[in-house]
Design a protein around this ligand. Sequence first.
Ligand code: HCA
Ligand code: CU
Length: 426
Amino acid sequence: MTLEYTPRSVEIVDSTLREGQQSPLLHDYKKYAFSLQDKLEILRALILYGVKFIELFAPIVSPKEAEDFQALHALRDELAPQHGQAFLVAHVRAHPADVESALQAGFDGLHLYMGTSPQSQRYNHGKDLDAVTRQARHLLEDLRRHHPNVWLRFSGEDAFRTPMEDLFRVYDEIAPLVHRLGIPDTVGIATPNLVAQRIAAFRERYPETPLEVHFHDDRGFALPNALAAIRGGAQYVDTTILGLGERSGITSTTALLFNLFLEEAYEAVLGYQIHLSYPLNVLVADKLHMLVPFKEPVSLTNRTHTAGVHQGAVLRHASTYEATPLALFGVNTRDILLGPLSGWNLVRYFLGEIHGFALDRETARELAQRFKAEVYQRIPEESPSKVLLSLAHEMGLPKQPPASQASFQVHEYLHPQPHTAARVRG
Ligand code: HCA
Ligand code: CU
């Protein structure tokens, strides 16, 4: 095939603008739908991040998607000279009308899909496996002949509930016609062990055809399954920012790259601007009027320490409760929550380092006791930091020049500010 691009060892296929838009969070249409402006910002961020394959809806899905595609396409072209080519691929049913709409619009690739599981055959399209194979083959042969410069991928939807012999029956006919074979876990039932077994079987049967995987998170395995698939030799992984997608979503883009890095698969993250991971999460969360979800690995939550014991230890040495190099992924602010759980270490740090008071350990201990005793009565009228500062003034603590530049942001417990785990809906 004539497409000029040498894929990297792991290619993220980001589907934030397709699968991501199927998230129940976007269901409340007027409130959460991505506007064209949102889509343009997300596309730009993905391209700067280093993503080369970006999946969008087929234009046939709605007039808005069709119209927005033209602007997205123009932006992609504008960014290409500086950031290299990124491919816009359409998610299409293996159906002539879908395919035609995507070709007309000018997509660089087609992600065809059609259900292969018994459930899909019976309740989705009502076709048996031979009919599925015939329909997909016919379309793909035609595409190969008339559009040799379009990326082609075929997925048997619900592949993990499709018996292997059924998948082979379909894929044996399809594999010679596509650039990669997709194996989606549409309903999120796969486990890392099953993934390892199946990827090994596919690698053996189709050694020449790269594999693309897609894991839903119904069991919480979207991330471990993606890692298992990559370990087994899958090269393309469908992901979305924040893991947005149908139901509980799919593998999170930044969480996947973060974990590949932690597994020392450095060649896999080469070519991605990993320091943009956290800003990318914030960007998309912001579009949904929420904060980066607290379960997202690349989040400020993972740099936020609340218990006094934790805070004390982190102030002495961050490694006590910070085991990963999140700063490389753009999380470079450490939050320490000042609140009723805070101990004397934080009190001393907050007053001494940040506010320039002179206080020794004994005074800090005494202040911490008074703070804990009073703070519950004085919030929410007064914030915890205000309570502590007024106690310091009451005790007549002298000021001193700050010993070091404060590098911590003190966020206030019970007074959530942007970036704490609370969710703010617009
Ligand atoms: C869908 C189904 C899909 C397709 C994945 C693929 C899935 O939402 O239409 O094309 O590989 O999970 O099976 O997202
Ligand atoms: Cu999906």
